[in-house]
Design a protein around this ligand. Structure first.
Ligand code: PLP
Length: 383
């Protein structure tokens, strides 16, 4: 069902022929007021659904007072958010930006500055860290590079979920390892339980930094605030964006004092980074991500998984998930994009990823009834 009605926009997206003009909770509405169940959340962004009153009010209050001020001046809302994020992450300092790729650019720069001459970053095959040159060079998928080389030098790749491969790649130039705790864009690829712990140990043994890209997995998506909290490790740098302000652009690079101490004024910056409106919303998003919310995420995640399993879909080869991040790997004979289009015709929004994987990233507020509606519709579509 994808089409290209692009008159003025550069041809960067294969868009679906639907325009949404309104949102409410887990639903989006088109021009004819048709209601669509949102099982994509703007690709892991609107975790608390659309138009949540607390978040709308936080944005309104802030926008009426002040909507931009330069980062050359003090900011209590940024301090408040920094305090919350460092408390939860158990790291020490935050740099605010506007997107995932920028959060990773900052992480790469901080790691190189800390490396003091050591500049190589090890990244994993199949990774996705963003579209700007540093992040793109760390994204180990040739299809993303086609036509854009030369890339930024100093990035090397290792197979994902393989500790020995990392050991073999480390040399005197290595500054850091950069990883997603679950590879999202590659199709919800979940490593072994002890993988991140193994990487942490290698980083300790070799005095190199561990950078964990939580842009898709962070902010509650996997049922913990950050995905690295499942194996209970502590990275040196983590990057977040997507869900942090529930859809208003904001990103953050959170790091230890050890890393932050390498950075001085003028080393990095952003005109818009940590915008007051985005930060006001994020302060509320973090407050909403309580233990109770995380419990609800895990509960509804279990229910969705159970319903998928007991439905015995013959065309689904594997169900992979952590929290509300689901990848349904389809039989090769079936095209995931066609299934996504068919679901859209039936008023459900899902995504695709990697190699023929249907990607579900529903908002944290979905109900059992909405899961049931999804399952019944999937039954019809997969038939
Ligand atoms: C793991 C990961 N890192 C980085 C990015 C890039 O984020 P952004 O599109 O905000 O630049 C994404 C986006 O999908 C992502 O999933």
């Amino acid at each position: 069902m994808s089409h290209n009605k692009l008159t003025y926009h550069v041809n960067t997206y294969n868009r679906f022929p639907v325009e949404f003009i309104k949102g409410n909770g887990a639903y989006l509405f088109d021009k004819e007021d048709n209601k669509y169940l949102d099982f994509l959340s703007g690709i892991a962004v609107t975790g608390f659904g659309h138009n949540k009153p607390e978040l709308v009010n936080a944005a309104k209050n802030q926008i009426e007072n002040l909507w931009h001020v330069s980062n050359l001046f003090e900011s209590s809302p940024q301090e408040e958010l920094g305090k919350k994020l460092t408390n939860i992450s158990k790291l020490d300092k935050v740099f605010f930006c506007n997107s995932g790729t920028e959060a990773n650019e900052a992480a790469i720069k901080f790691a190189r500055k800390w490396g003091n001459g050591r500049s190589t970053i090890i990244a994993a095959e199949g990774s996705f860290h963003g579209r700007t040159f540093g992040s793109l060079s760390a994204s180990m998928q040739k299809k993303l590079w086609n036509g854009f080389e030369p890339l930024t030098p100093g990035f090397v790749s290792v197979p994902y979920n393989n500790i020995d491969a990392i050991k073999n790649k480390i040399d005197e130039s290595t500054a850091a390892i950069m990883l997603e705790p679950i590879q999202g864009e590659s199709g919800i690829i979940i490593p072994d339980d002890n993988y991140l712990q193994g990487v942490r140990k290698i980083c300790n043994d070799n005095n190199i930094l561990m950078i964990v890209d939580e842009i898709q997995t962070g902010m509650g998506r996997t049922g913990k605030f950050f995905a690295y909290q499942h194996p209970d490790i502590l990275p040196d740098i983590i990057t977040i964006a997507k869900g942090i302000a529930n859809g208003i652009p904001l990103g953050a690079t959170i790091c230890s004092d050890k890393v932050a101490s390498a950075i001085t004024p003028g080393n990095h910056g952003s005109t818009f980074g940590g915008n007051p409106v985005a930060v006001a919303i994020a302060n509320n998003v973090v407050d909403l991500l309580t233990g109770q919310t995380l419990n609800n995420i895990n509960e509804i995640s279990n229910y969705l998984k159970e319903q998928l399993q007991t439905s015995n879909f013959t065309s689904i080869k594997e169900i992979r998930n952590k929290g509300l991040m689901f990848g349904l790997e389809l039989d090769k004979k079936i095209d995931a994009k066609e299934i996504a289009s068919a679901l859209l015709k039936n008023k459900i929004i899902v995504g695709t990823a990697g190699n023929n994987v249907l990607r579900l990233l529903p908002p944290f507020i979905i109900t059992k009834e909405q899961v049931d509606f999804f399952i019944e519709t999937l039954k019809i579509v997969l038939k």
